[in-house]
Design a protein around this ligand. Structure first.
Ligand code: PLP
Ligand code: KYN
Length: 423
C-alpha cells in the first residue's frame, strides 16, 4: 500500500476530471466530504440561476414561452438532461417536486391494493422520510401500517441481502419501494435482479435514487423498473432544496396520476381550461402545479456538466477515490477502533465510505474543527464522501492524516459525544 502523499499527488496529476474542480466554489480552507448531503455550488449553476432571474426581469409573463429556456417546458427539458444518468428515455423523466412529495405522488398512483395483495414492501434501513410517507399513504387508505407495511430486516444493521428481499416478495405484496443506494452504509442494491424478481411476481417496484443518481450508472428502462424518485441537491449539486426528479416507465403512460393538478396535463391541452384532465403522455403527467423555477434553475448549469462528462467517468473516479480512502484507513487507522461498514466491492459500494465508531459524534466535531466536513449519522456513523467532480486524492490523504492525529492525540475528547441539531 502506497501511504506517501506523493502517491496521492501523482493520482491527481493523471486525473482526467481534475479541471472540473475549478468549476466549483471549493474552499481552500476546508476539505468538503459532504457532497452526498449537499453538493457544492458550481459556477455554471450560479450562472444558470442568474439567467432565469434575467428572464423574469426581461420577459415577465412571457418567460413561460420565450427566451433561452421557456419555463413552460423547463421541467421536461431538465428531465431529458437527467435521463442518461438513470438509463431512461427522455420522456420517462421529469424534474418536479421533492423526494418525499414525489414518493407520495407515485404511491398514490401505483399502489393498488386488491384482494389479498394489499401490502407494501420496504426495508428497515431506508431514510425515515420514505417510511413516514409509506405509512401515511396506508393510513389514508384506512390500512394499518403495522399490518400492511413489511420492512425487510438487515442481518448486520448496515446492509441488506438480495435473497432476504426476494423472500419477502410474497403474494400479499402489491408494491415495493427500496433505495438504490442506502443512505448510511452506501450499499448499492441489485436493482436489476430485484426488478426481475418483482416482475415475475407481478409486483410494481420503485426506487429512491437520492444517493445513487449522479453517483452510479443505472439502466432503469432496460431493467423494467416501474418508477423512481430522487433529490437533486446531493450528487447533482442543484443547491439546497433544489427541485427533485421522478421517472415513470413508458408502459405506464396515459393514466391519470394519483395526485392530479393542471401541470399533469398534456401541454397543448393545459390552457383549454377544461375540467376533465387529459394527462401528458410522459412522466410529465406526474407533476402537480406550477414548477418551482427558481429552485430548478441551478440544474440547468449543473446537469450540463454531467452531460459533458458522462456518468461512467464519474463512477470510475469515484470508485478509485473510495478505494484509496479505504486502503488508507486500513493502513493508518486500524488501532483506533473504526469499522468500515460500507460494502467493499466495486459492485455494491456506492459513492461514500461509512465508518462506525462509538465516539463518532465527537470525532465528527473534531474533524469539523480541523477543517474537514464529514457528516454524522446517529448513533455511531461517520459518512465520508469524496466527490468525483471536485474532490482530489490529495484531500483523501489529508483527511486520513487529520483523522489519525485527532485519534492519536485524543483531540475529539474535548467535545461532547452528542449530535448537533443538523447532524
Ligand atoms: C434516501 C433519502 N430519501 C429521502 C430523503 C428526503 O428527501 P426530501 O427532504 O428532499 O424530500 C433523503 C434526504 O433528505 C434521502 O437521503
Ligand atoms: N435535506 C437535508 C436537509 C438538511 C440536512 C440534511 C439533509 C439531507 O438531505 C440528508 C440526507 N438525506 C442524508 O442522507 O442524510
Amino acid at each position: 500500500m502506497q501511504t506517501q502523499f506523493s502517491y496521492a499527488q501523482e493520482m491527481d496529476q493523471s486525473d482526467v476530471l481534475i479541471e472540473y474542480r475549478n468549476e466549483f466554489y471549493v474552499s481552500e480552507k476546508k476539505i468538503y466530504f459532504d457532497g452526498n448531503s449537499l453538493g457544492l455550488l458550481s459556477k455554471r449553476a450560479e450562472l444558470a440561476t442568474g439567467k432565469i432571474l434575467e428572464m423574469w426581469k426581461e420577459y415577465a409573463i412571457d418567460g413561460w414561452t420565450e427566451g433561452e429556456h421557456p419555463w413552460f417546458y423547463l421541467s421536461e427539458k431538465l428531465g431529458e438532461m437527467s435521463s442518461k444518468l438513470i438509463g431512461a428515455k427522455p420522456k420517462e423523466v421529469v424534474i418536479t417536486g421533492s423526494t418525499t412529495t414525489n414518493l407520495h405522488q407515485l404511491v398514490a398512483s401505483f399502489y393498488k391494493p386488491e384482494g389479498n395483495k394489499t401490502k407494501i414492501l420496504a426495508d428497515e434501513l431506508n431514510f425515515p422520510s420514505d417510511i413516514y410517507a409509506l405509512k401515511s399513504q396506508l393510513n389514508l387508505r384506512g390500512l394499518d401500517p403495522d399490518k400492511h407495511l413489511v420492512q425487510v430486516k438487515s442481518k448486520n444493521g448496515d446492509t441488506l441481502e438480495t435473497e432476504d428481499i426476494i423472500a419477502c416478495m410474497t403474494d400479499e405484496i402489491a408494491l415495493i419501494v427500496l433505495p438504490g443506494v442506502l443512505y448510511r452504509s452506501g450499499q448499492i442494491l441489485d436493482m436489476k435482479t430485484l426488478t426481475e424478481e418483482a416482475r415475475k411476481r407481478n409486483i410494481i417496484i420503485g426506487f429512491d435514487l437520492c444517493h445513487s443518481i449522479g453517483a452510479i450508472p443505472h439502466q432503469l428502462s432496460e431493467w423494467g423498473v416501474d418508477f423512481a424518485f430522487w433529490c437533486t441537491y446531493k450528487h447533482l449539486n442543484g443547491g439546497p432544496g433544489s427541485v427533485g426528479g421522478l421517472y415513470v416507465n413508458e408502459k405506464h403512460f396515459g393514466h391519470e396520476p394519483g395526485l392530479a393538478g393542471w401541470f399533469s396535463s398534456a401541454k397543448d391541452k393545459q390552457f383549454d381550461m377544461e375540467h376533465t384532465l387529459i394527462p401528458a403522455e410522459s412522466a410529465g403527467a406526474y407533476q402537480i402545479g406550477t414548477p418551482h423555477l427558481l429552485s430548478a434553475a441551478p440544474l440547468l448549469g449543473s446537469l450540463e456538466m454531467f452531460e459533458e462528462v458522462g456518468i461512467d467517468k464519474i463512477r470510475e473516479k469515484s470508485l478509485r477515490l473510495t478505494d484509496y480512502l479505504m486502503k488508507l484507513i486500513d493502513a493508518e487507522l486500524v488501532e483506533y477502533g473504526f469499522t468500515i461498514a460500507n460494502p467493499r466491492n466495486d459492485l455494491s459500494r456506492g459513492a461514500h465510505i461509512f465508518l462506525k465508531h462509538p465516539e463518532a459524534a465527537r470525532i465528527c466535531k473534531a474533524l469539523k474543527a480541523e477543517g474537514v466536513v464529514p457528516d454524522f449519522r446517529n448513533p455511531n456513523g461517520i459518512r465520508l464522501a469524496p466527490v468525483a467532480l471536485y474532490n482530489t486524492f490529495s484531500e483523501v490523504w489529508q483527511v486520513v492524516q487529520i483523522l489519525k492525529t485527532i485519534m492519536a492525540e485524543g483531540r475529539y475528547k474535548k467535545y461532547e459525544n452528542k449530535r448537533g441539531v443538523i447532524a
